[in-house]
Design a protein around this ligand. Structure first.
Ligand code: NAI
Length: 704
């Protein structure tokens, strides 16, 4: 920590943001303390070397030093503000959370951090947090320790800890429930969703919302006592009674259990218990919060969800290259092409969308419009997105496009024919991308005058929800093309996973044996609901039967048949009844009938069925894990982290398990191999452990 202190006279020129005309009193590495002629001190957080503020141990220690200085300054008020343009404080530094295993050590550190925040909370002079941009997690906890909170228009406040398997740990649980309606407070913490400034004002979380130019006057009103603080809704006094909290807590618990079962995601349940038990007793709630937070942080779920956070960052990083793409031309306005076009236009790109079929174009634009109605914030955003999405029956957009994305029928001859007509019309530097889910790119590049500019960008259905895009290389793709395709994914907020061209690429190849095993189990007379429950109990977002219906049985069957014919992977026979269903047009959710029947809302009608037996989850998951080991061995994907990230962000693979390979390592490769052997003895060669486990395990013998 550098102490660059000693008074330096001068007016702060911190961009356009109001920090009060002030004399610099002290400057440490991450904070500056200024004193204005009006007797107000400004404590400015500006974390060194980072674009956003976060609370590391060093940041907290410096805050401690500066708070000790405040008393001697003789000021009449203190303002906390960030110098970063993006926001106040984004939360704790998640890097500090990685690899934590010792709950007791965390508890000691957290107690110390609480003392610092308590010191801020107990200052005698009025304290004001001025909040612009993001104010999340630990940032909001700092703000909550101030007497007033003034939000600048556009600020967003929230507690996203639950998404990392945690709950607030720096005083948030008791300060928020004491400040605003406790049920609203609990909802914020349990869902992890943040609130905009106006809602924060309505909730009483902030005392005023002002435009940047009015910050100084709002601050001076707060410090002179003329700003009316937000008042909490006094009906919430009822929650001072433990039986009332327990009554409400029961409902919260049931709701949480539906979305995040306690055995997989303990944090929401721990938070509810904290509030039920200590909701009216801040003194008791504080140590209980520290203990519970520390135990959660050192636990498996939080550590795995923190891992998922970094897996996302790593994939995001792959999409960070220079984006040269402004205009996208999509050809094929069906399920995928229509949604890819709508998504790109929503992310600010100009999009022309072509199809042979006028009706398909109209349908795609209609779908885009209802998506924008639901997902875009303002009318202007919706109008602009629709303006950017141009139906292009004649295909004129090809000549202007920086990337042409093909999403027509899954037929290599048709695709190649279309490529031949596109190629002479494309700009010399434009790239040609295909959304094929199964055709090797080596086949599609044949005859292309510029094979080096062909790349696979394999989106997942539904495009608007699935974050992952497989960026598929082939033997003649240039590195520049692949880099541009990755940067394109980054530009539209999708996560690129680089994979080699190989049947089914990564995700479909790993997923298919899991789906086909479920079909075999149906053949054995096991209820569909029981099979799905086994996967859900493992932590999948939905079971394989429901997933197959959602993907479409025609598509699933096509991929399974292609994989079976193209690869030596052991896979059971695909049942005839599945082919017959596809022939009858029973394709799953999209036709209202598939492996389940669907009600008017598109929900599967499920019957009561026996609970799954303990082996069932293994029977479904092991074929997927085995294939993942094979994919690594074959080099279809470069490393286990990319594989884990891809499976989580494309299929929702139980995030709290940290990805398939991480799960296998955590369970023990020897145990996975032994389970393969056991299942092989019972069900046949398709369960034989892949040789890939050997490399993953080092010395473990693969055959029993
Ligand atoms: P779709 O059948 O819904 O749409 C295809 C569209 O292409 C139709 O509107 C059709 O009129 C149009 N089309 C056909 N030939 C054309 C041509 N020569 N010129 C212009 N338009 C033409 O198909 P879907 O499901 O959108 O699939 C498209 C591609 O995306 C396929 O390669 C498929 O394998 C792949 N894919 C599909 C996924 C899915 O879940 N549906 C998931 C990931 C990839």
């Amino acid at each position: 920590m550098r102490d660059k202190s000693v008074p330096v006279r001068g007016v702060m020129a911190d961009r356009e943001m109001e920090m009060g005309p002030a004399t610099l009193v002290k400057s440490l590495t991450h904070w500056r303390l200024n004193k204005g002629d009006d007797g107000i001190a400004w404590l400015i957080i500006d974390r060194a070397g980072e674009s956003a503020n976060s609370l590391s141990e060093e940041v907290m220690q410096e805050l401690d030093i500066l708070l000790a200085d405040i008393a001697g300054l003789g000021v009449r008020g203190l303002v906390l503000r960030s110098a970063k343009p993006g926001g106040f404080v984004a939360g704790a530094d998640i890097r500090d959370f990685r690899g934590v295993t010792d709950a007791a050590a965390v508890e000691t550190r957290m107690r110390r951090a609480h003392e610092i925040v308590d010191r801020l909370a107990s200052l005698r002079i009025p304290t004001v947090a001025v909040i612009h941009g993001h104010c999340l997690g630990g940032g909001l906890e700092l703000a909550l320790a101030c007497r007033y909170r003034i939000a600048v228009d556009g600020a967003k406040l929230g507690f996203p800890e639950v998404l990392l398997g945690l709950h607030p740990g720096l005083g948030g649980t008791f300060r928020l429930t004491a400040l605003i309606d406790p049920v609203e407070a609990m909802t914020m913490m349990l869902t992890g969703s943040s609130v905009h400034a106006a809602k924060a004002r309505r909730l009483g979380l902030v005392d005023a919302v002002v435009e940047e130019r009015h910050v100084a006057s709002a601050v001076s009103a707060a410090i002179s006592g003329s700003l009316k603080p937000a008042r909490r809704n006094w009906t919430s006094a009822a929650y001072a009674l433990a039986p009332v909290r327990r009554f409400v807590g029961k409902r919260m618990r049931a709701e949480a259990e539906k979305r995040a079962p306690e055995r997989h995601y303990p944090a929401p349940h721990r938070l509810i218990a904290l509030w039920e038990e200590h909701g009216s007793d801040k003194k008791a709630m504080q140590p209980a919060e520290i203990r519970s937070f520390s135990e959660l942080l050192a636990g498996k779920t939080a550590q795995n969800l923190i891992r998922v956070f970094f897996l996302r960052e790593a994939l995001k990083g792959l999409g960070k290259g220079e984006n040269l793409i402004k205009h996208v031309h999509v050809i094929g306005a069906g399920t995928m092409g229509g949604d890819i076009a709508a998504w790109c236009a929503a992310r600010g790109l100009t999009v022309t969308l072509a199809d042979l079929d006028r009706k398909a174009l109209a349908k795609a634009v209609g779908r885009a419009s209802s998506f924008y109605d639901k997902r875009l914030y303002s009318g202007i955003e919706r109008r602009d997105a629709l303006d950017r999405l141009v139906p292009d029956l004649g295909g004129d957009g090809v000549a202007e496009a920086d990337i042409v994305i093909e999403a027509i029928a899954e037929n290599p001859d048709v695709k190649r024919k279309v490529f031949a007509s596109l190629a002479p019309r494309m700009k010399p530097a434009a790239i040609l991308a295909t959304n094929t889910s199964s055709i090797p790119l080596e086949i599609l590049r044949e005859g292309l005058p510029f094979p080096e500019r062909l790349v696979g960008v394999h989106f997942f259905n539904p495009v608007t929800r699935m974050e992952l895009v497989e960026v598929v290389a082939h033997d003649q793709a240039s590195e520049a093309t692949l880099a541009r395709a990755r940067a394109f994914c980054g530009r539209i907020d999708r996560l690129p996973a680089p994979v080699r061209s190989s049947p089914g690429f990564l995700v479909n190849r790993a997923l298919t044996p899991y789906l086909v095993e479920a079909f075999v189990m149906i053949d054995e007379g096991i209820a569909r609901e029981t099979i799905d429950q086994a996967a859900v109990d493992f932590g999948m977002p939905m079971g394989p039967i429901e997933l197959a219906d959602q993907v479409g049985l025609d598509i699933g069957l096509h991929v399974a048949e292609m994989l079976k014919s193209a690869l030596p992977d052991p896979m059971p026979a695909i049942p005839d009844w599945l082919r017959q269903m596809v022939e009858r047009g029973e394709l799953g959710r999209k036709t209202g009938k598939g492996l389940y029947d669907y009600d008017a809302k598109g929900k599967p009608v499920k019957k009561d069925a026996p609970a799954p037996d303990p082996d069932m989850a293994d029977r479904l998951i092991i074929p997927m894990l085995n294939t993942c080991a094979r994919l690594l061995r074959e080099g279809v994907v470069a490393d286990a982290d990319t594989l884990d990230g891809a499976m989580i962000f494309a299929t929702g693979f139980a995030p709290f398990r940290g990805g398939p390979i991480h799960y296998a390592r955590d369970r023990g490769i020897a145990d996975i191999v032994a389970t393969c052997n056991r299942l092989e003895a019972r069900h046949g060669a398709r369960f034989r452990p892949d040789e890939g486990w050997q490399a993953l395990a080092g010395e473990v013998p693969v055959q029993a």
